[in-house]
Design a binder for this molecule. Structure first.
Ligand code: FAD
Ligand code: NAI
Length: 475
């Protein structure tokens, strides 16, 4: 007799493990199947985010930023550093330790919430009495039955045709996070989020970095004014970003990688580098899930088809996170996981896609929530804009980190906040205030009237809200 569960979650990334925890909190008998293996072949809960995504990239961003500050930033503070050197092995080991702490944290949370954890690949077998039969293929093979199934199988890096990932020369996010030596020359294809974050890490550690981007505009999804400001900062740092390119043949050999490409003027170019990171987006992952066995419908991109509530075409089968439509972000996956668990319990779980924040953890950081100025213009919506530069913020001056600005967009009539866009120091944290404000349908004036601590970077948020009404106090 197969083990029977109220809820079986397939995938233990941020979508899946959070869904499992919330379902267990709601009193369900829950199993979570995840196939990720650590270096020793054991389980490593947390998915892409914990193992080869959000967490290790932020660990390396932090380490490389320290290195850059020690080499180039401390002198301004009267701190002279000599004999600075890099122990890349130690830096990577620290990153691995941070990953392990997060893996272990989730294992602990599963025990605490009495979630049955299965290590192996989960695949649909058939609809069965009491739900769906799921095969778990791990060290041993077994079949379990779930009344409700939540698919949270995530995504994989998209490869360029003719340039498969070997993780030696041609790297996905996985190889990009564990290069054992700093490449002298590094190319990235795609100047999206991974391109900029990984390009920043390796540039700070000493690589000569070139980023080749197909689109003629830089960070097209970001508010234009903010993207322009960020591009200026990256140019100054020496991150070479080529826009409007067409990538041709890629040859990989013992000496590295040779990339044929055409620049925006249509001129043929060749770029020879030691390593290439391909960061041109990610594809939903249903490898080995066997959706056909139960007739689970996918869309033309290979994502699992879901409605606004994460319901699939099958009764009691749900899908969340990177394997469905919407932004591929860990916090979006988590919110969907909570909402689905609550819907299974008959509650009214809800995800507000209009207030999902985005953060790019470069230096300066870029963060936003809501609509951009170009979107409002395209919609023909009447709006007011207010900006405030970090150059005029006391805390930013004290930090020696004055690049960037905060920008508010508010409805011209009601003053409701429609979007908040930031580029500058620690804006990954500052954006939360804007998310809360938008969730509560605040006006720009609401933020402008709130007391913000002095001196703090958050005063730039208040001042940008004041700027909507053209009454900044410090600029
Ligand atoms: P995943 O995290 O991909 O987890 C899916 C899990 O399911 C994996 O463990 C996989 O092994 C397992 N699995 C798949 N198929 C099966 C199966 N059949 N049986 C059993 N297990 C299976 N997002 C942010 O919000 N902030 C960031 O800073 C950020 N940084 C990133 C940096 C990088 C380099 C990358 C690549 C991504 C980053 N992301 C970031 C995106 C984020 O990692 C994803 O949006 C998030 O991990 C999606 O969560 P998920 O649960 O849907 O899937
Ligand atoms: P992306 O979608 O952010 O960027 C891909 C870029 O590659 C785009 O600018 C696109 O125009 C370009 N591109 C596509 N095909 C190309 C080609 N043939 N030649 C040249 N350029 C090409 O994807 P990325 O950076 O791979 O990241 C995947 C996803 O992971 C992100 O969209 C995001 O959802 C998530 N992520 C989130 C992070 C965060 O929240 N801080 C960090 C890293 C990843």
């Amino acid at each position: 007799m197969s083990k029977q569960f109220d809820v079986v979650v397939i995938g233990g990334g941020p979508g899946g493990y959070i869904a499992a925890i919330r379902a267990a909190q709601l009193g369900f008998n829950v199993a979570c199947i995840d196939e990720w293996k650590n270096a020793k072949g054991g389980p490593a809960l947390g998915g892409t985010c914990t193992n080869v995504g959000c967490i290790p990239s932020k660990a390396l961003l932090q380490s490389s930023e320290h290195f850059e500050h020690a080499g180039h930033g401390f002198a301004d503070h009267g701190i002279n550093v000599s004999g600075l050197s890099l122990d890349i092995g130690k830096m990577l080991a620290r990153k691995d330790q941070v990953v392990k702490q997060n893996n272990d944290g989730i294992t602990y949370l599963f025990k605490k919430n009495k979630i049955a954890s299965f290590h192996g690949r989960g695949s649909f077998v058939k609809a069965a009495e009491g739900g769906y039969e799921i095969k778990v293929a791990g060290a041993a093979e077994e079949t379990i039955v779930g009344k409700h199934i939540i698919v949270a199988t995530g995504s994989n890096a998209r490869a360029l045709p003719g340039a498969a990932f070997d993780e030696e020369n041609i790297l996905s996010n996985d190889g990009a996070l564990r290069m054992g030596a700093v490449p002298k020359k590094l190319a990235l294809i795609g100047s999206g989020v991974i391109g900029l974050e990984m390009g920043s890490v390796w540039r700070r550690l000493g690589s000569e970095v070139t980023v080749l981007e197909a689109l003629p505009t830089f960070l097209g999804a970001v508010d234009e004014q903010i993207a322009k400001e960020a591009k200026k900062a990256f140019d100054k740092q020496g991150l070479k970003i080529e826009l409007g390119v067409k990538v041709g043949e890629i040859k990989s050999g013992k000496k590295g990688v040779s990339i044929a490409w055409t620049n925006a003027k249509g001129e043929a170019q060749t770029l020879d580098v030691d390593k290439l990171i391909v960061s041109i987006g990610r594809v939903p992952n249903t490898i080995g899930l066997n959706p056909e066995a139960v007739g689970l419908a996918l869309d033309e991109r290979g994502a699992i088809n879901v409605d606004g509530d994460c319901k699939t075409n099958l009764p009691n089968v749900w899908a969340i996170g990177d394997v469905v439509r919407g932004p591929m972000l860990a916090h979006k996956a988590e919110e969907e996981g909570v909402a689905v668990a609550e819907r299974i319990a008959g509650q009214h779980g809800h995800v507000n896609f209009n207030t999902v924040p985005w953060v790019i953890y470069t230096h300066p950081e870029i963060a936003w929530v809501g609509q951009t100025e170009q979107q409002l213009k395209a919609e023909g919506r009447a709006y007011k804009a207010g900006t405030f530069p970090f150059l005029a913020n006391g805390r930013a001056r004290a930090l020696g980190d004055t690049t960037g600005m905060v920008k508010f967009l508010a409805d011209a009539t009601t003053d409701e906040i429609l979007g908040v866009h930031m580029v500058g120091p620690q804006v990954s944290e500052l954006i939360s205030e804007a998310v809360v404000a938008m969730e509560f349908k605040a006006s720009a004036e609401d933020i402008a009237r709130i007391c913000h601590a002095h001196p703090s970077l958050s005063e730039a948020t208040k001042e940008a809200a004041l700027a909507v009404d053209k009454r900044t106090l410090n600029f």
